[in-house]
Design a protein. Structure first.
Length: 158
């Protein structure tokens, strides 16, 4: 493993532990040259699932792309990197258990929205605005009103 600080290949593993329901291994490493520590994750390479986009074109599933979308929606919100990674892992575990070769992108987006709805309303709206491609301010406001009404109902307000 190449050190991200000094690019040396001279390092050692200090600690390993399973994460994400044992679907990955988190390793704490130390570079023997610069003495800095860093973390790596080892995951089983999944078979190549295809994501069917709205225009019916297909592209390989990409966890990094999903994480970037969730992270962008959560930017400057009180949401930890661990929570963002947990959302991605939950969605990933669910889609890999339900689908085999192909999955519509809207299913992935809906599953992310379900989780963001419970975590943070601003992150939910941000993700929804890109994912649902709001065409105008009325569509955006309509989604905000639905969210506001749902939160009032959840809190027990009249």
């Amino acid at each position: 493993m190449k050190c991200p600080f000094c690019s040396s290949f001279n390092g050692q593993v200090l600690d390993s532990r399973p994460v994400d329901n044992s679907s990955a291994v988190k390793r704490r490493r130390e570079c023997l040259d610069c003495k800095k520590r860093y973390t790596t994750f080892e995951r089983l390479e999944e078979f190549s699932m295809l994501v069917v986009k709205n225009a019916q074109n297909r592209e390989p599933y990409n966890r990094k792309k999903m994480l970037e979308g969730i992270s962008l929606a959560c930017r400057k919100r009180p949401i930890s990197a661990e929570t963002i990674d947990a959302v991605a892992s939950e969605v990933e575990n669910e889609i890999f258990s339900e689908y085999v070769l192909e999955i519509p992108s809207r299913i992935i987006g809906d599953k992310i929205l379900e989780r963001l709805y419970d975590i943070d309303p601003v992150a939910y709206i941000r993700f929804a605005s890109v994912y649902r491609n709001f065409s105008d301010i009325d569509a955006f406001m309509s989604e905000i009103k639905k969210l506001k009404k749902a939160h009032k109902t959840k809190r027990g307000d009249s």
